[in-house]
Design a protein around this ligand. Structure first.
Ligand code: SF4
Length: 112
């Protein structure tokens, strides 16, 4: 993983930072890099299984863009050039389920 971070000019995390990076998206050189735990983690330490499943869920999220793009004010701000492209790659085209605007909108829809 260290090699990949260096290869794409990303800041190499500390040992503890590596663990926190599992399941997170890093944007570099028009690519998305998602560190995940090795599947053999299950064999060696079964209590890590739920974390492993959580890490891999991000891959499913990445298969589609945020469903709120057409109505989202933040995305419109990006189209107007007010928000950097990296934000959109990380959230709207990336981990949109954990976007605070997405979660807020979902909360509003549940209340109505
Ligand atoms: S990910 Fe967030 S900012 Fe992007 S379109 Fe969805 S709700 Fe809007």
């Amino acid at each position: 993983m260290k090699f990949i971070f260096k290869r794409f000019d990303l800041k190499v995390p500390t040992r503890i930072g590596f663990r926190k990076s599992f399941g997170k998206i890093f944007v570099a050189k028009n690519r998305k890099i998602v560190p995940v735990r090795h599947p053999a983690t299950v064999v060696h330490e079964s209590k890590q299984f739920s974390k492993l499943v959580e890490d891999y869920k991000i891959l499913k999220t990445l298969q589609s863009n945020c469903p709120l793009i057409d109505s989202c004010a933040q995305y419109r701000r990006f189209e107007e050039g007010l928000i950097p492209h990296e934000f959109v790659e990380l959230h709207c085209y990336g981990d949109w389920k954990n976007c605070k605007y997405f979660q807020k909108e979902r909360y509003v829809q549940k209340v109505q």
